[in-house]
Design a binder for this molecule. Structure first.
Ligand code: MN
Ligand code: MN
Length: 500
C-alpha cells in the first residue's frame, strides 16, 4: 500500500467534522460546555492552529522528552542533591511541586473539555495532544519529588497538597477550579491556554529552569524545561479563538475572560513565584529578579501578543505594573511569618548581602519591607522567637484567598475593597479581585475563605493549633525557617565587627 506524504493527508485529517443527525447541534454542543457566545459552528470553520503536529510525530517527540528528563534524573540520583542543596532551594522545589503537580491533572480535564466541545476540528486535535501533555506533567512532577519523600515528608505534599485545606492550596485550587474545571471549551481556551499559559507558565517554567540550572539542580531544570516545551505548543490553542471572537463581534466577551484570568494568575504568582525567585533561590544563583522576569515575559512579550490579536491591555494594567514591584514582598513576609501553616520551609532571604540585593532591585525596599524585617531580626537576635510567630490568622481576600497586604512604611495605605452582595459582606485585597467577583457573583458567592470558615466555627479549637490541624499539616510537615535562623547570626557577626 502506498503511503501518503504527510502534506497530502494532514489537512484532511485535521479538518474532520460531521453533521449530527440524531441530536440537534445544541444538544451536541450545549452552550455551557462549549462557551461559543452564541456563535454558529461556521464562525469557527476558520480556526487555524499555528502549530501543527501529527500523532506519530507527537509520540516520537514526547518519548524523547521523557527519556531525556528521566535519564538526567537517573544520572544524578547519586549526586546527593537533597543533601547538598541549599535549604532555600528545597523550599522552591516543595512549594512548586505541591502547588503544581496535581493542578496539571486538573489541566488535563480542562483540555478534555476542548477535545469534546471545541467547535473546530483543529482545536480538538490540538487539545487531544494537550490532554496527554498534562497527564505527563502530573505524572512526572509526582515521580520526581517521590524520591525525596523518605528523606523529608514535606515532599509528600507534592501529592497531598491538593486534597487539603491548607490556605495556599485553597488559593491555588480556587483559581484553578475557576479557570480549568468550570468553564466551557472556549472559556478554557481563553483563560487557561491563552492568558495563563502563554502569559504566566513561561515564568514559572522557564524562569525557574534558569534559576535551577544556576543552582546546579539539573534534574529540576530538565524536568520543567521539558514541560514548558509542551506548554508552548498547546498554549497556542487560544490565539486563533481570540481572532475568531474579535472578528465576530465578541471582543468584549473574550477580553473579559482573559482579564479575569490574568489578574487571578498574577495573584497566585505573587505568592508562588515571587518569593521563590527573590528570597528562596540562593543569592549567587539568581538569574534575574522576579520583577525583571515579569517585565520581560508578561509586560514585554504577553502585552504585545494581546495587542497583536486586537485586544486591549486589561483595564487594571497600571495597578498591575505597580503591584509587580511590591506585592510579592508582602506575600513573602506573610508566608515566612505564618510558616507553620505551609508545607515548605521558607527562607527569610534577608541576610545583609541579600538585603543589599533587594535594595538594588527594588529601590526603597529597606525603608518599607526592610522595617518589618528589622523588627523580626531584633526579636530573633534577642531570642524572642515566639514574637516571630503568629497567634492569629491573617485577613484574606474573598477572591484570591491570599492575605490582604500593602507596602508598609511612610506611604502605607492599607486598603480593603469591601462589597455587600445578597446580604453577605465580602472583603477583597484589590479593585481587581472585587471586579472579578462582580463579573459573575453567582459563581463565587458561596465560597468561604479560611477566615470565613474560622468565624463559622469550622476550625476547632479556634486557634493556630486548630488551624494547622484543619489544614492537614502534621508535625514534620509544618514549615520553619529554612536556615534555622543562621542568617540572624550573620547579622550579629556584622554588628560585632562594626562595634569593634
Ligand atoms: Mn502542564
Ligand atoms: Mn498546559
Amino acid at each position: 500500500m502506498a503511503v501518503l506524504n504527510r502534506l497530502d493527508w494532514y489537512d484532511l485529517a485535521r479538518d474532520t467534522n460531521w453533521t449530527p443527525r440524531y441530536v440537534s447541534d445544541a444538544q451536541l454542543f450545549p452552550e455551557d460546555l462549549t462557551c461559543a457566545f452564541g456563535l454558529p459552528a461556521e464562525a469557527f470553520a476558520e480556526y487555524d492552529e499555528p502549530y501543527k503536529t501529527t500523532y506519530p510525530e507527537y509520540v516520537k517527540v514526547q518519548r524523547e522528552k521523557d527519556a531525556g528528563a528521566y535519564s538526567v534524573k537517573a544520572a544524578l540520583e547519586r549526586s546527593k542533591l537533597y543533601e547538598t542543596a541549599s535549604p532555600g532551594w528545597l523550599a522552591v522545589l516543595k512549594s512548586h511541586f505541591g502547588a503544581i503537580a496535581r493542578g496539571e491533572y486538573s489541566a488535563s480535564s480542562a483540555e478534555c473539555r476542548m477535545v469534546r466541545f471545541g467547535r473546530a476540528p483543529g482545536m480538538r486535535n490540538m487539545a487531544t495532544f494537550g490532554m496527554m501533555d498534562e497527564i505527563r506533567h502530573s505524572q512526572i512532577q509526582l515521580f520526581f519529588p517521590h524520591q525525596y519523600v523518605s528523606k523529608d515528608r514535606q515532599f509528600d505534599w507534592a501529592f497531598k497538597a491538593y486534597d487539603t485545606n491548607e490556605w495556599a492550596m485553597i488559593a491555588s485550587r480556587h483559581f484553578f477550579d475557576d479557570m480549568m474545571v468550570t468553564r466551557g471549551a472556549v472559556g478554557v481556551g481563553l483563560m487557561l491556554t491563552f492568558a495563563f499559559e502563554t502569559g504566566f507558565t513561561n515564568m514559572q517554567f522557564l524562569g525557574l529552569a534558569a534559576d535551577a540550572a544556576e543552582a546546579g539542580d539539573w534534574s529540576f531544570s530538565s524536568l520543567i524545561s521539558s514541560i514548558q516545551t509542551d506548554e508552548s505548543r498547546h498554549a497556542q490553542i487560544g490565539g486563533p479563538l481570540v481572532q475568531i471572537l474579535v472578528k465576530n463581534g465578541k471582543k468584549a466577551e473574550a477580553q473579559r475572560l482573559i482579564d479575569i484570568s490574568i489578574w487571578r494568575a498574577w495573584k497566585l504568582f505573587s505568592i508562588l513565584t515571587g518569593p521563590a525567585m527573590d528570597y528562596y533561590t540562593p543569592l549567587e544563583h539568581r538569574k534575574q529578579s522576579f520583577k525583571e522576569f515579569m517585565e520581560e515575559w508578561i509586560v514585554g512579550q504577553f502585552e504585545r501578543s494581546l495587542l497583536e490579536l486586537g485586544l486591549d491591555k486589561p483595564w487594571y494594567w497600571n495597578n498591575f505594573l505597580q503591584e509587580i514591584n511590591e506585592q510579592h514582598h508582602g506575600m513573602h513576609l506573610g508566608v515566612w511569618f505564618w510558616r507553620p501553616t505551609v508545607w515548605w520551609n521558607p527562607a527569610a532571604g534577608v541576610s545583609p548581602a541579600e538585603r543589599q540585593w533587594l535594595e538594588e532591585k527594588y529601590p526603597g525596599w529597606n525603608d518599607t519591607w526592610g522595617h518589618c524585617w528589622d523588627v523580626i531580626t531584633e526579636n530573633a537576635l534577642e531570642g524572642n522567637m515566639d514574637q516571630t510567630l503568629p497567634v492569629t490568622l491573617p485577613v484574606v481576600c474573598n477572591m484570591c484567598q491570599l492575605p490582604i497586604n500593602y507596602t508598609p512604611g511612610p506611604k502605607w495605605t492599607m486598603r480593603d475593597f469591601p462589597l455587600t452582595h445578597a446580604g453577605r459582606d465580602y472583603h477583597f485585597c484589590s479593585e481587581g479581585c472585587r471586579w472579578v467577583f462582580e463579573q459573575e457573583p453567582s459563581r463565587y458567592e458561596g465560597h468561604l475563605s479560611l477566615v470565613d470558615r474560622f468565624l463559622a466555627g469550622q476550625i476547632q479549637p479556634p486557634d493556630l493549633g486548630g488551624a494547622v490541624k484543619y489544614m492537614g499539616l502534621a508535625p514534620g510537615e509544618m514549615g520553619d525557617d529554612a536556615l534555622k535562623f543562621a542568617w540572624v547570626e550573620e547579622v550579629r557577626a556584622e554588628r560585632l565587627k562594626k562595634a569593634s
